[in-house]
Design a protein around this ligand. Sequence first.
Ligand SMILES: NC(=O)c1ccc[n+]([C@@H]2O[C@H](COP(=O)([O-])OP(=O)(O)OC[C@H]3O[C@@H](n4cnc5c(N)ncnc54)[C@H](OP(=O)(O)O)[C@@H]3O)[C@@H](O)[C@H]2O)c1
Length: 257
Amino acid sequence: MKIEGAVCIITGSSSGIGAATARVLAGLGARVVLAARRVERLEALAAELPGSLAVETDVTILEQLERLVTRAVDEYGRVDVLVNNAGQGLHVPLEELDPADLRAVFELNVIAPLLGMQTVLPIMRSQSSGSIVNVSSATSLRVFPGLGGYSATKAALNMVSQVGRIELAGSGVTVSVVYPSVTATEFHDRLRAGHIVSGARNIPRDPPELVADSIAFAIATGEAHVLVGDPPRPIIPGDSEGWGSLLARQAPGAQAP
Ligand SMILES: NC(=O)c1ccc[n+]([C@@H]2O[C@H](COP(=O)([O-])OP(=O)(O)OC[C@H]3O[C@@H](n4cnc5c(N)ncnc54)[C@H](OP(=O)(O)O)[C@@H]3O)[C@@H](O)[C@H]2O)c1
């Protein structure tokens, strides 16, 4: 997918990886549609990015997702890219995991991206082109004590993405998954519950721009799985070198699945 001129919806673009992605894609000539709940932040970012649009959106509410996509189509006449980036952490041991927290994080990290896909797909199918990028987590690829709830949501997102990719084969729409490692954003201070796991405190945090570049790479190439790095790296399940390089950067206590 050519990024220049593309209409790109980015959820969770009021901070962190989403805001960095908006800047990177706009810098490559995309028309970006910014979506999150903190509308004042979206409007401040939109003021920096000519030709962009800010739409206050809670992605867990279907009517708001539909309104977001309608606003994008009304403004630009098409939707080329959906970056499902909005998400939240939940870092507690399983014995202490409150089911209400787990349900809420599943709503945000799994159901909302799925609804986002369902909402843009009729448009992308009618265009015979589109790129959906789901922002997962490196934590979904290994077994981390204390991250069972969060990693389960991202593992579910991986499966939704992979099945979606196959179901859409031949439609002109690609579905990609990007796997950030520990990244320097507000994420760690805005967990639904719990604390950053002790081993991960010592891992150098990637700048969100590195993840943004990897998301741009996923859009441009349509690769199924993209490991964040400089340069970003396409990986295939079973590629022990790819997973190995990921594991090398992980927290002590991580186990192979
Ligand atoms: N930081 C890391 O170490 C790391 C590592 C791996 C994966 N990730 C993933 O990367 C993605 C982005 O996280 P980040 O690190 O950039 O954290 P962040 O700075 O906390 O950003 C999270 C974004 O999600 C938005 N959001 C949360 N709930 C929402 C809702 N109901 N509706 C709409 N937007 C919502 C927030 O905006 P509002 O609050 O304004 O709505 C915010 O813009 C997440 O999916 C996260 O799981 C992060």
